[in-house]
Design a binder for this molecule. Structure first.
Ligand code: AMP
Length: 220
């Protein structure tokens, strides 16, 4: 199974990608995680990956495309779910070429759809523990003691890229750069739209149902 999950920042695509990778026993490829692993590397000589991410901008297409190409080529036979890639039309087009090179094709692209207002509410309430990485939300999943991690008692922080003005910027970039990809895959006839509002497990179930239906449709 080869899948892409698309969605605005904060739409829950990371959670869905993780759940689906487990369900189908395929590789979860998160470009956000890959970039965070090499955040001290520099782009074009001086700006670090970390700086670009924390500001909410995208790293250059050729940089991320080459990372993804290496990863896909290294393990071409195992299925995958891509989370956070492609994010621009150029990335989508280049990814098609990579797939041709490794003689693979995409089964489906899932768009996890959530309105901007919901995203803003979700993301600007997110808190993370800088020590153990536990995640909380002021409204949906608050820690027992205000601002303190339940696991290790460290003071919680808000990630720089979750701050309101950065979330707004990331949404703007998403609309401009990533939304055109939805049409790109729709035109290819491989896009499925799923609502990203509600219980996360329920949403995963909706996605697997949609994928089942599509596969049955193909078999007929
Ligand atoms: P994510 O965890 O998917 O929200 O990604 C975190 C950040 O990594 C994004 O806000 C971007 O700055 C960067 N990033 C992740 N994937 C890509 C990509 N495909 N193209 C450019 N930048 C990316």
């Amino acid at each position: 199974m080869r899948l892409i999950v698309l969605g605005a920042p904060g739409a829950g695509k990371g959670t869905q990608a993780r759940n689906l990778a487990k369900f189908y026993n395929i590789d979860h490829i998160s470009t956000g995680d890959m970039l965070r692993d090499i955040q001290n590397e520099t782009l074009n000589g001086d700006v670090t990956v970390q700086k670009v991410i924390s500001k909410g901008y995208l790293v250059p297409d050729d940089f991320i495309i080459s990372l993804v190409e290496k990863r896909i080529t290294a393990d071409a036979d195992k299925g995958f779910i891509l989370d956070g890639f492609p994010r621009t039309l150029v990335q989508a087009e280049e990814f098609d070429k990579i797939l041709v090179k490794v003689d693979q094709r995409l089964d489906r692209v899932i768009h996890v759809n959530v309105q901007d207002e919901v995203i803003l509410e979700r993301m600007s309430g997110r808190m993370i523990c800088p020590n153990c990485g536990a995640m909380y939300h002021i409204l949906y999943y608050p820690p027992e003691k205000n601002g303190i991690c339940d696991e290790c008692s460290t003071t919680l922080i808000q990630r720089e890229d979750d701050k309101q003005k950065n979330v707004e910027l990331r949404l703007k970039i998403y609309h401009k750069e990533t939304m055109p990809i939805i049409k790109y895959y729709e035109d290819k006839g491989i896009l499925s739209e799923v609502s990203g509002i509600g219980d996360m497990e329920e949403i995963t179930k909706n996605i697997t149902n949609v994928l089942n239906e599509v596969q049955n449709g193909y078999n007929h």
